[in-house]
Design a protein around this ligand. Structure first.
Ligand code: AMP
Length: 126
């Protein structure tokens, strides 16, 4: 069920628990600012989630409240993972769902990296 992106940060959300090591994950990259791991229900041959280490509900929350260092570190980590996965030359897609209409289900900012095949149109007709 989609979350309310304006709600306060829930410290028990799944990705907060992954960051605390309480839930296992299949890590592909980690640095001071970000953790990247395989999505548990991959929707493309490559489907990786990149999350900031800080407690931010959504892209909106992050872009409004994170420090310039956190933002730079996180954005660089997303680019680094895509390069490391060999996704630059064939191309790939970044996706961030935000709140109800965006279909965001986990209340900790995450960037989806999709790749490994042609990804088709941006949004399916509803
Ligand atoms: P969103 O709809 O943008 O909030 O996407 C949430 C994503 O998190 C979905 O693609 C889920 O498959 C993925 N997910 C949920 N729980 C886990 C988990 N424990 N480890 C990895 N990915 C997860």
């Amino acid at each position: 069920m989609p979350i309310d992106a304006t709600a306060p940060y829930d410290r028990d959300n799944v990705f907060a628990r992954i960051l605390r090591g309480e839930i296992p994950n299949n890590t592909v990259y980690e640095d001071e600012w970000a953790l990247a791991f395989h999505d548990i229900a991959a929707q493309a041959p490559v489907h990786i989630l990149v999350i900031p280490k800080g407690a931010y509900v959504s892209w909106d929350d992050f872009s409004a409240k994170a420090s310039a260092e956190e933002i730079a570190g996180f954005v660089r980590a997303v680019g680094h993972v895509a390069r490391e996965q060999g996704l630059v030359e064939p191309g790939h897609r970044l996706l961030v769902n935000i709140g109800q209409d965006g279909g965001q289900e986990i209340a900790h900012l995450h960037v989806h990296i999709f790749g490994g095949r042609p990804l088709g149109r941006m949004i399916s007709p509803s």
